[in-house]
Design a protein around this ligand. Structure first.
Ligand code: BGC
Length: 755
């Protein structure tokens, strides 16, 4: 990770206040003795010098303590390391020099680092090493690399999110790393955004459920357990809604929307016990994430009751001066961020933050209480993680690294995440005797199924990918035999190759499998100006369709690229998004009937560039001639079997404010093969004091059904789920008539009480 994204400059400055709805905090770790930790932190803090304290607030990238040129480039430079830890008292390091390391190499690296920290410093405070873990232990060679979060959301399977958390934690800890920068709790409401795939989709409830399940798996009830890690909620808050769709560009989010859509998933993560939060690297309402006192202190601390520490994103404190221009000097930037509520600076290359913060304290511009507060929060996490007892990698965990059972879970996740959105005349599954032509730029790569944050930051170095994993083409060949598969690249992402030969080659096949989509990217390098799939790929598809052979379209992409032109002509369509390292095998299993698809779209798939809807549109969006007409709506997804919903019933036709309601529905598999179904329950209220979604996801459950089997599914709808952010910008419940919808069934109930 050498370069970092540019951020547009801002000039506007608007202050607004937020008063979010606070849910009660869940107790996070029975087995953590908070009282004893508090007293240990207090006693350690009392021994620390100002320099030692500010060092704890400083985080450097591993590049800053490595050789950067010559034959040893990338190797840890012991002199620089000692300088950082012994002389500057640096308390935290992050990431990798360039690409992933073997677990053994991690072991050596972390051991060297902790040796310096715990043996050569006065107070022996261990280093808190942090790493990105967007879809597994992404910087550990041969780790179990899951579908990206957008895909995990497509599974609508919280058990899988929890298992991903468990496996990721184990594999990251096996490297000796106790802290991950995940889950991304940003709600993905901007389909153009290059980081959409890092989110759990467009719905706050779905994001909250998937994110908290991940945290539960990763942290258990004690982050100090040898196979658990501390999670980090990012990027607090509003980063995911850039107005112009480009990464790190301004978001304007009014208070009601902030509280209704963007804060709840972070609140859920805080309630689930995430002990760290990373700042929004961009700006909301004219205020950069690291300078937003309201959001970082008033809202996050006072309202949401977050007790852990806040880390800046990459270089963002300096950016307050250099990019955002809200601070008039680098020193002012440090003061602004620290006094807004940032506890640790991801500096990440030098000692500017360290030097300036010490100066600010000495000059009386940052009070000592604020330093003590930040350091207390950081040390508490180090104690909770058990680092003072043992800061070293656990060799035992290595035996379970990338185990066959983790791999099996990963394959299941990939299969459940690939979403079937069209299957005309049951073209799929194809017969294993079929002869197929495979074409398209994402057919012969692992990288395009994994996306950014895979082995390297951009994830695009195909040669570094594991040799034992199958890309789509290899997986199809393995499934039906090489002799039944013809491969033609067709085009690159944006230019034509051998398109003209398709008609000729297609004569001898039964079907054409077209793997289209996006090149691999992360963050700002993934910015685009047009959501439409590049012309070359559309042309390839049109040429394939014109052959008259049935075309199966498979999309591997980090965001929903517009494909309206080729939807009608394609007989079957699978939205693969980024299904991870086992995506090829999962795809082949689905194409040829060894797996039954059960994914549902976690975002609305747009049909037109100028119609970027969300599923939770308001009444006025669908009256007066306007239509909600996306390509496929949020929650859409088909199966090879048929599920029928019947007998939707409510525990009562009338309830009073504060009461729960129970909704039940019978689900029957009336097809011929077993299948899984995610049952989605939506709620809508007839009238509200502010405009409101016609329907909103309030519950879901995924079940397995054998042919002819029926199961009753029960949902509890709580008062919170009947609430909304009202006229006064506070969470409100308004008595009235509600509609519960499951599939095509709906029932009404009345909520009584006074306003
Ligand atoms: C990203 C974060 C990431 C950090 C460390 C930043 O550029 O925005 O999501 O955790 O880098 O790699």
């Amino acid at each position: 990770m050498t370069t970092k994204p540019y951020i547009r400059l801002i000039t506007a400055f608007l202050v607004f206040s937020i008063n979010p709805f606070v849910l009660p905090a869940k107790s996070r770790a029975e087995s953590i003795d908070h009282r004893s930790i508090n007293s240990k932190v207090g006693s350690l803090l009392s021994k620390m010098t100002l320099e030692e304290k500010v060092g704890q607030m400083t985080q450097l990238t591993i590049q800053a303590v490595s050789d950067t040129s010559g034959p040893d480039a990338g190797k840890l430079d012991l002199r620089k390391l000692k300088d950082a830890i012994v002389r500057y008292h640096v308390g935290s390091l992050l990431n990798v020099y360039d690409s992933s390391l073997s677990v053994g190499a991690w072991d050596t690296l972390i051991t060297t680092i902790q040796n310096v920290a715990t043996k050569e410093t006065r107070l022996k405070i261990p280093i808190l090493y942090g790493i990105d873990a967007t879809h597994g232990a992404i910087y550990a060679k041969d780790a179990t690399l899951f579908p990206q979060p957008l895909n995990m959301a497509s599974t609508f399977n919280t058990d899988l999110a929890k298992k991903e958390g468990e496996i990721t934690a184990l594999e990251v800890r096996a490297c000796g790393i106790p802290w991950i920068f995940f889950p991304v709790m940003d709600v993905g409401r901007q389909p153009l955004w290059s980081r959409l795939y890092e989110t759990y989709g467009e719905d706050p409830y779905l994001a909250s459920q998937m994110g908290t399940s991940f945290i539960e798996g990763a942290q258990g009830n004690n982050i100090g357990a040898p196979d658990k890690v501390a999670t980090c909620l990012k990027h607090y808050v509003g980063y995911s809604f850039p107005l112009d769709g480009e990464d790190r560009t301004p978001a304007w989010i009014p208070r009601r929307m902030m509280k209704q859509i963007f804060l709840p998933s972070f609140q859920a993560g805080v309630n689930a016990g995430a002990p760290t939060v990373m700042c929004n690297s961009s700006e909301v309402n004219g205020i950069p994430g690291d300078a937003n006192y309201y959001l970082l202190t008033h809202v996050l601390r006072n309202r949401m009751k977050f007790r852990g520490f806040v880390v800046s994103d990459w270089g963002d404190i300096e950016n307050l001066y250099t990019r955002f221009k809200v601070a008039s000097s680098q020193e002012d930037a440090v003061r602004m961020a620290v006094m807004s509520g940032v506890d640790m600076s991801m500096v990440p290359m030098d000692y500017s933050f360290y030097n300036l913060l010490i100066k600010l304290v000495k000059d009386g511009k940052v009070p000592m209480w604020r330093i003590n507060q930040a350091v207390t929060r950081i040390l508490r996490v180090k104690f909770e993680l058990g680092l003072f007892k043992d800061a070293y990698p656990d060799a035992e965990l290595r035996k379970q690294f990338a185990s066959p059972s983790s791999n099996k879970t990963n394959l299941e996740a990939a299969e459940e995440s690939i979403t079937l959105v069209k299957n005309e005349a049951n073209l799929l599954p194809l017969s294993k005797n079929a002869k197929v032509l495979v074409s398209g730029p994402t057919a012969d790569r692992l990288s395009t199924m994994n996306g950014g944050w895979t082995i390297t930051w951009q994830g695009n170095v195909e040669s570094l990918y594991p040799k034992d994993k199958m890309n789509p083409l290899q997986a199809i060949e393995a499934k039906i035999g090489k002799r039944n598969v013809t491969y033609l690249p067709g085009c690159t992402y944006d230019s034509l190759l051998d398109v003209d030969t398709i008609a000729h080659v297609a004569k001898n096949v039964d079907a054409i499998i077209l793997c289209l989509g996006e090149r691999t990217y992360a963050e700002t390098p993934g910015n685009i100006n047009d959501l439409t799939l590049p012309t070359a790929q559309l042309k390839l598809a049109e040429t394939a369709i014109a052959t008259g052979k049935p075309v199966v379209l498979v999309m591997f992409e980090g965001r929903p690229r517009i494909i309206d032109k080729i939807v009608r002509g394609s007989r079957a369509i699978l939205i693969g998004f980024l299904p991870g390292m086992d995506g090829g095998e999962a795809l082949a299993n689905i194409l040829f009937g060894d797996a039954n698809p059960s994914g549902r779209l976690p975002v609305t798939y747009p049909r037109y560039v100028n119609a970027l809807y969300h599923y939770d549109y308001t009444n006025q969006e669908v009256t007066g001639g306007d239509v909600y007409d996306p390509q496929w709506t949020f929650g859409y997804g088909l199966s090879y079997t048929k599920f029928e919903y019947s007998d939707l019933r409510l525990s009562s036709q009338e309830i009073s404010k504060g009461e729960n309601l129970i909704a039940s529905v019978n689900v029957t598999n009336s097809g011929k093969i077993p299948g899984q179904d995610a049952i989605l329950l939506y709620l809508g209220e007839e009238y509200r004091q502010v405009t409101h979604p016609v329907k909103q996801l309030e519950a879901f459950q995924k079940i397995v059904l054998q042919p002819r089997q029926t199961k009753e599914v029960r949902f509890v709808i709580t008062p919170e789920q009947m609430s909304f952010i009202g006229l006064n910008n506070r969470r409100t419940i308004q008595p009235g008539t509600f509609k519960v919808t499951v599939g095509s069934l709906s029932r009404k109930f009345v909520l009584t009480g006074s306003n």
